[in-house]
Design a protein around this ligand. Structure first.
Ligand SMILES: Nc1nc2c(ncn2[C@@H]2O[C@H](COP(=O)(O)OP(=O)(O)OP(=O)(O)O)[C@@H](O)[C@H]2O)c(=O)[nH]1
Ligand SMILES: [Mg+2]
Length: 303
């Protein structure tokens, strides 16, 4: 193969504080929803892979939980996993919110990058579509840029797709020469059941308030074709930590739970490519975010 035709491949981790748009960028690049998103910080709890292919390159993007000061074991695990992915990828991409000034959580990410010397670092200043006064943007980008040794900087919008093509073609040049890691038609490492849990959790995040979104975990208990019908039967439990949180998730006469169920079902039907009967339950598991046995049940603990 001539140099021109050589194939490049590698892992690119998206790291950053919560809510800057890492998962939205991943979905935009993959062209499909592989990670859930919300305007609640700490939406992503475990790494999600999203694969982008071109004729001469395969990029495996690694979406990670946002860097934050952990308040429980779940938070510690999330931070550990973000750091592990950030350190192990070929390229670490720090994503920041260009509509805000750098803050202490951005500094946590920059401090981590400054300590890890293994890989190349790129800065994405995202949400530039939200910046009305363009003269604010350049000094803002400069402020983020001096936080660590970045080889490149891209102002981006995950909503409009600004600069994403440019970013991808540069990554294709920077990644090492190598074979693809995944078959061309595999866009993510998440199986349908895991995605179903995430979709239901996303709908809970979008429909609840106060501390409830942070205290929610979802477990699929049963997922199979329904008897006698051309339908997928899915039974799932939404776990919260307190009775009061359960009351919020249920809503008046169960109205909120029905709303969560019907908005989740629309997306589950796309995933399973069939009608879905969604049987949703809400249970209390006190302080599960600090209990290793339950963290493991929900997939939030290393094996
Ligand atoms: N206007 C605008 N909104 C964006 C952009 N990117 C993401 N958002 C919004 O920002 C919010 C957070 O996006 P996420 O992708 O969930 O952020 P995240 O960095 O993955 O957050 P965590 O998973 O909590 O770490 C969502 O409401 C997105 O729709 C962008 O470029 N422009
Ligand atoms: Mg996310």
């Amino acid at each position: 193969m001539s140099k021109k035709e050589e194939f490049h491949s590698g892992f690119v981790a998206l790291i950053g504080k919560p809510n800057v748009g890492k998962s939205t960028i991943l979905n935009y690049i993959v062209g499909k929803k592989v990670a859930i998103t919300s305007d609640m910080p700490q939406t992503t709890r475990h790494r999600v892979l999203g694969v982008w292919n071109s004729d001469n390159c395969q990029i495996v993007f690694v979406d990670t939980p946002g860097f934050h000061v952990a308040e429980n074991r779940l938070g510690e695990w999330m931070l550990d996993s973000a750091k592990t992915e950030g350190a192990e990828a070929d390229i670490a991409v720090m994503v920041v919110d260009g509509s805000q000034k750098p803050d202490g959580e951005d500094k946590m990410v920059a401090d981590f990058l400054n300590q890890s010397v293994a890989n190349q670092k790129i800065l994405l200043v995202n949400k530039v579509d939200k910046v009305d006064r363009k003269e604010e943007l350049l000094p803002r980008i400069a402020a983020y840029n001096k936080m660590a040794e970045f080889s490149e900087v891209y102002p981006t919008s995950a909503i409009d797709g600004d600069n994403i093509e440019k970013f991808l073609s540069r990554l294709s040049e920077l990644l090492p020469i190598g074979d693809p890691y995944f078959p061309k038609d595999q866009l993510s490492d998440q199986n349908d059941e895991k995605m179903a849990e995430e979709i239901i959790r996303e709908k809970v995040l979008l429909n609840t308030y106060r501390e409830v979104p942070h205290a929610v975990a979802v477990k699929i208990e049963e997922c199979r074709p329904a008897l006698n019908k051309n339908m997928q039967y899915i039974r799932a439990t939404i776990y919260v930590e307190r009775e009061g949180q359960k009351t919020i998730v249920l809503g008046r006469k169960g109205e909120r739970l029905r709303e969560i169920g019907s908005s989740a079902r629309v997306e589950l039907e796309q995933i399973f490519n069939s009608k879905v009967y969604l049987d949703l339950w809400v249970k209390v598991k006190e302080d599960w975010r600090d209990r290793p046995d339950w963290l493991r049940v929900f997939g939030y603990e290393y094996e």
